[in-house]
Design a protein around this ligand. Structure first.
Ligand SMILES: *Cc1c(COP(=O)(O)O)cnc(C)c1O
Length: 353
C-alpha cells in the first residue's frame, strides 16, 4: 500500500496464477500446460518471422489469424475476436458485454479469474452451487442476470456439460450474453461454436495455451455473432491496438494449420488422462470424470494440503485450492506417461509411508 494508490487499486483483489517454479528439475503438473511442445511448424513460422520486420508494428486486427480461425470453424472473420491470451479476451467480455445492476451468474466452483474481473469492472457476481456430483445444473440458470459465464469442460472439476445443457441455458436467457469458456474443449468436449449462428447471445472463448501447447505465446480467441465481436473490438481499440505481436500471429496461424500434430498431441493427453485416472483410483482416490487435460481427485483418508506438500518434497507440483467444497481435492495436470508415473510413484510412497 502506498499513499499514491487510488482508492480503487487499494480495494482490488487480483488473481493469483499457479506457480512457475525457478527450479527446472521439478515435475510440473500444476498449471495445465501441455506436456508436449508446440508443432515444429509453429516454431518454423516464428523463426521465419525473426527479422528486420520486428521494427514494424504488427497488423492491428490480426486479420491473417482471424481468417485462419474463421476457416477452421466455418464462420466469417467478422465473427472472430483474438487477444493476448483468453484471459485478456475474457476481460474485454466482462467490460463490453456484461450488464450492471443484475448479477453475472457463474458456478460456485469454476475459473477463479471470473470474480476478479467482476471486481475490476464493478460487476456483481452470483455463484450458483454445482450439484452434489459437481455437475452444472442448467435449470439453475433461470434467474435475472446481467450475463452468464462458465468453462466447458468446467475448471477445476474437468466435467463436461453436453451441448444440450448449453442450449437449455441459451434458450432460458435470450436477453443475456452467455459465455462458454472452452479452454479445455479439445481434450474431449464438443465445441459450442456450432451453435453461434442460431444463438446471437452466445459467445465461445478458446485459448492456444492448452491444447496447442502455446501458453508462452499468449493467444486467445472468441467466436460469436458479429455484433458481440464488434463490442469487443471497441474495447480492444480503446485499450491496446496491438495485443498480438508479429510472432504470436504467425505462430498461431501455423498452429491451426497443423491439424495432424494437434490431433496426435490431444489424443496422447486423452489416453494418458484415462490411464492416470485409473491408476489414481487404484491408489484409493476418488477422481471426477474429466474431459480436460487435468483431473480433480481426492483421497478419502488423506489431507489434500499434506499430500500436495509431500509431493512437492518429492519434486512433483500439483495445484491445491484452499476453497470451500474442493479443499480436500488436488488438481493434477495430465503429463507425459513418464511424468504421470513419477507422480504415481510419489503418491504411492506418501500413502504407504
Ligand atoms: C487456462 C485458462 C484460461 C486462460 O487461458 P490463456 O489463454 O492462457 O489466458 C481461461 N479459462 C480457463 C478456464 C482456463 O483454465
Amino acid at each position: 500500500m502506498s499513499r499514491f494508490w487510488s482508492p480503487f487499486v487499494k480495494d482490488l483483489v487480483p488473481y493469483v496464477p499457479g506457480e512457475q517454479p525457478k527450479l527446472d528439475n521439478l515435475i510440473k503438473l500444476n498449471t495445465n500446460e501441455n506436456p508436449y511442445g508446440p508443432s515444429p511448424k509453429v516454431l518454423d513460422a516464428i523463426r521465419a518471422q525473426l527479422d528486420d520486420g520486428l521494427r514494424l508494428y504488427p497488423a492491428p486486427n490480426a486479420d491473417a489469424l482471424k481468417d485462419t480461425i474463421a476457416g477452421y470453424y466455418g464462420v466469417t472473420s467478422a465473427q472472430v475476436f483474438v487477444g493476448n491470451g483468453s484471459d485478456e479476451v475474457l476481460a474485454h467480455i466482462f467490460h463490453a458485454l456484461f450488464q450492471h445492476g443484475k448479477p453475472v451468474l457463474m458456478p460456485d466452483i469454476s475459473y477463479s479469474f471470473y470474480p476478479v474481473y467482476c471486481g475490476l469492472y464493478g460487476i456483481e457476481a452470483q455463484l450458483l452451487p454445482l450439484a452434489e456430483d459437481f455437475s452444472i445444473r442448467p435449470e439453475d440458470y433461470r434467474q435475472a442476470n446481467g450475463g452468464i459465464i462458465f468453462p466447458n469442460p468446467n475448471a477445476p472439476t474437468g466435467m463436461l456439460l453436453p451441448l444440450a445443457g448449453i442450449e437449455q441455458i441459451l434458450q432460458a436467457n435470450p436477453d443475456s450474453v452467455v459465455v462458454v469458456d472452452e479452454a479445455y474443449v479439445d481434450f474431449g468436449g464438443e465445441t459450442a461454436i456450432a451453435l453461434v449462428d442460431r444463438y446471437p447471445n452466445l459467445l465461445v472463448t478458446q485459448t492456444l495455451s492448452k491444447s496447442r501447447s502455446l501458453a508462452g505465446l499468449r493467444v486467445g480467441l472468441a467466436v460469436g455473432h458479429a455484433d458481440l465481436i464488434e463490442a469487443l473490438e471497441r474495447i480492444k481499440n480503446s485499450f491496446n491496438s496491438y495485443p498480438l505481436d508479429r510472432l504470436a500471429i504467425v505462430g498461431a496461424v501455423a498452429a491451426f494449420e497443423d491439424q495432424a500434430y494437434f490431433e496426435t498431441c490431444c489424443q496422447a493427453v486423452i489416453d494418458s488422462r484415462e490411464q492416470l485416472s485409473t491408476a489414481l483410483a487404484q491408489l484409493g482416490f476418488e477422481v471426477l470424470p474429466s474431459a480436460a487435460n487435468f483431473v480433480l481427485a481426492r483421497h478419502p483418508q488423506r489431507d489434500a494440503a499434506q499430500l500436495a506438500a509431500g509431493l512437492r518434497e518429492r519434486r512433483v507440483i500439483v495445484r491445491h485450492f484452499r476453497l470451500p467444497r474442493i479443499e480436500q481435492f488436488l488438481r493434477i495436470t495430465v503429463g507425459t506417461p513418464e511424468q504421470n508415473q513419477a507422480l504415481l510413484d510419489a503418491l504411492g510412497d506418501l500413502l504407504n509411508g
